[in-house]
Design a protein around this ligand. Structure first.
Ligand code: PGA
Length: 260
């Protein structure tokens, strides 16, 4: 894992944006995996700015999102379909037909999950997957105890995650219980993972994911097994890391050719 510790979340988001922009410039038909939640919002703002000011071209990019709520109409303001439209897709020149988000209204959920996996494969696999982390250590909506080899499927949210997401729905009781999420195995198949985490609320999950044992009880810890996982954190999210000094030194002393 590469741990990049920045003094504030904005500079960490900007590094993530530069990594994605470089990928898209080098390979215009890149396949990008997007995440939702509060964490990647500044990253999407940077990508929009790069599109508008520097002509960053998304016209040949294919996108796959991590997850969606079951039973939520795509037009619902708290759906991840709405989130992606409002915060990124409508503001860049991505082809809508190349954007994919799990179908929370699918009548046959297992068939729809299988089809989602097949679409990712048919697109050539995901080049960069953006990830947030839940305060309980989840990535995507792979809650603690998720199989480390899991594929896209239905999951049940924990009480903690429903509490954490209550703000998007105007109350915890309105947060759906079920979701469709890429599995940990699906995420592990991507060629690069960019995990973003900011704020004290994420400090424990980050310390466990980065420096704890690989365990299904902290699903993000599986990224220790990924050959190219980059963890971007601010000081608060890094505050429980034992080796922060080392990670900072490594980043500050990267050879020029290795910088982002
Ligand atoms: P957040 O969610 O970005 O809103 O904190 C992250 C997650 O649950 O994966």
């Amino acid at each position: 894992m590469e741990i990049i510790l920045q003094s504030d979340s904005l500079s960490a988001n900007y590094i993530a944006a530069r990594i994605i922009a470089r990928q898209v410039r080098q390979k215009p038909e890149s396949v990008l995996g997007f995440a939702t939640g509060l964490t990647p919002l500044p990253l999407y703002q940077f990508l929009i700015k790069m599109h508008r000011n520097e002509g960053l071209d998304f016209s040949r990019v294919t996108a796959f999102n991590l997850d969606e709520y079951v039973g939520l109409d795509p037009a619902h303001p708290a759906s991840y379909h709405s989130y992606m439209q409002d915060n990124l897709f409508a503001k860049i020149n991505i082809d809508k037909h190349r954007t994919h988000i799990p179908d929370g209204l699918a009548r046959d959920i297992p068939a729809s999950c299988l089809a989602y996996e097949e679409k990712i494969l048919a697109a050539g696999g995901i080049d960069i997957q953006v990830l947030g982390i839940g305060s309980d250590g989840h990535i995507g909506f792979n809650e603690p105890s998720s199989s480390l080899a899991s594929r896209t499927r239905i999951k049940t949210l924990t009480v903690q995650t429903r509490k954490d997401n209550a703000g998007f729905f105007g109350g915890e009781d309105k947060v759906p219980h079920h979701v469709i999420t890429m599995g940990l195995g699906t995420i592990m198949d991507c060629r690069m993972c960019l995990l973003l985490a900011f704020g004290k609320k994420k400090a424990r999950a980050i310390a466990q994911a980065v420096e704890g044992p690989v365990t299904a009880m902290v699903p993000a810890s599986i990224l220790q097994m990924h050959p190219r996982a980059i963890v971007l954190v601010d000081e608060d999210a890094a505050s429980e890391l034992q080796r922060a000094f080392y990670y900072r030194w490594v980043y500050d002393n990267k050879p020029d050719w290795q910088k982002y």
